[in-house]
Design a protein around this ligand. Structure first.
Ligand SMILES: Cc1ncc(COP(=O)(O)O)c(C=O)c1O
Length: 311
């Protein structure tokens, strides 16, 4: 693991025009496979499983899940078993993401969309625990209490690196932002960019993870208008913008998570949300393996994006 992750200055004309200093916290560089928020969120679960002598981890994800991909590799490295409960059909097991997860020893169990919906229900989880005794069940996206400690280190690292006013990050299941909020303790303005539609329910999920209710003193906010059409959806215009920004900056922002955060930041800057002179941190949460899945599905052009190589 390459920690602390560095900061890269992101110079785009709009940021210069608005006198904003924008830096990317390069968690995408932590590790080629367990990159971004994956290492931050999984480290606590791995440590817990080993400390309690458990055999392995069980978790949930879609067919191209970054979380499943990273968890499979991390478990292999730690001599733990891994079981992925995957939404969808067994044919998916040969896709870009899951073929790698299998090569790292993960057992896949495919379930219907209906069964997958039960993934957070108590009786379903009790049954699953009986099927896999001596395993730690990790929720979808790895977002549970054990994730918060690892994520908190982002804030600790930033304290040593830079003075800043705002931090932005993409939000899917809420664990990453919860870890930041907890450690930050109202020092900075934390803006989560929800990457899925109708995401305001995540406010409650984040509060549940924090174990406290949001008050007017809290300096964090979930932005729910920048999902770009819904989870893993994006327009051709958005992709073309990202391709251009990636070329200019030398940093890869993919269209499902970090790209939505970047486009939201640009829109906020255009709307003068930030004050001249502000310093803004964009947390790059990794997920670059997702590009392989998007290329495989023909959703982005080969000439514009390179396939991440994990061999
Ligand atoms: C690359 C990437 N960024 C951001 C997120 C969102 O993080 P969280 O689910 O903790 O909100 C995810 C999903 O876990 C992800 O895979």
């Amino acid at each position: 693991m390459s920690l602390p992750s560095p900061l890269s200055r992101l110079k785009l004309p709009i940021f210069d025009q608005k006198q904003l200093s924008v830096y990317v916290k390069r968690d995408d560089l932590i590790h080629p496979i367990i990159s971004g928020n994956k290492w931050r969120k999984l480290s606590g679960s791995l440590r817990y499983a080993k400390a309690h002598g458990l055999k392995g981890l069980v978790s949930f994800g879609g067919a191209y899940s970054n979380h499943i991909h990273a968890l499979a590799y991390a478990c292999q490295q730690d001599n733990l078993a891994s079981i992925g409960i995957i939404r969808g059909r067994p044919e998916y097991s040969n896709n870009f993401t899951l073929s790698m997860a299998r090569s790292w020893g993960m057992s896949l169990q495919f379930v219907s969309h209906l069964e997958y919906k039960q993934r957070a229900q108590r009786d379903y989880l009790e049954q699953l625990q009986k099927t896999y005794p001596d395993h730690l069940i990790v929720p979808e996206g790895g977002s549970h209490q054990l994730a918060l400690y690892g994520v908190a280190e982002v804030i600790t690292e930033l304290e040593q690196q830079i003075d800043y006013q705002h931090i932005l990050l993409p939000v899917g299941s809420g664990g990453t932002i919860a870890g930041l909020i907890k450690q930050d303790n109202n020092q900075h303005n934390i803006l989560g960019v929800a990457v899925l539609k109708q995401a305001s329910y995540l406010n409650q999920e984040i509060e549940n993870l924090l174990g406290r209710v949001k008050t007017s003193h809290c300096r964090w906010q979930l932005l729910t208008e920048y999902h770009g059409g819904g989870y893993a959806k994006f327009s051709e215009t958005a992709v073309q913008q990202l391709v251009a920004y990636n070329k200019q900056s030398g940093i890869t922002f993919e269209p499902i998570y970090s790209g939505k955060m970047l486009l939201a930041t640009i829109e906020l800057a255009e709307q003068n949300y930030f004050a001249a002179g502000d310093t803004i941190i964009l947390l790059h949460t990794g997920g670059l393996q997702g590009i392989g899945g998007l290329l495989e599905q023909g959703r982005i052009a080969k000439n514009d994006w390179s396939v991440p190589n994990f061999n």
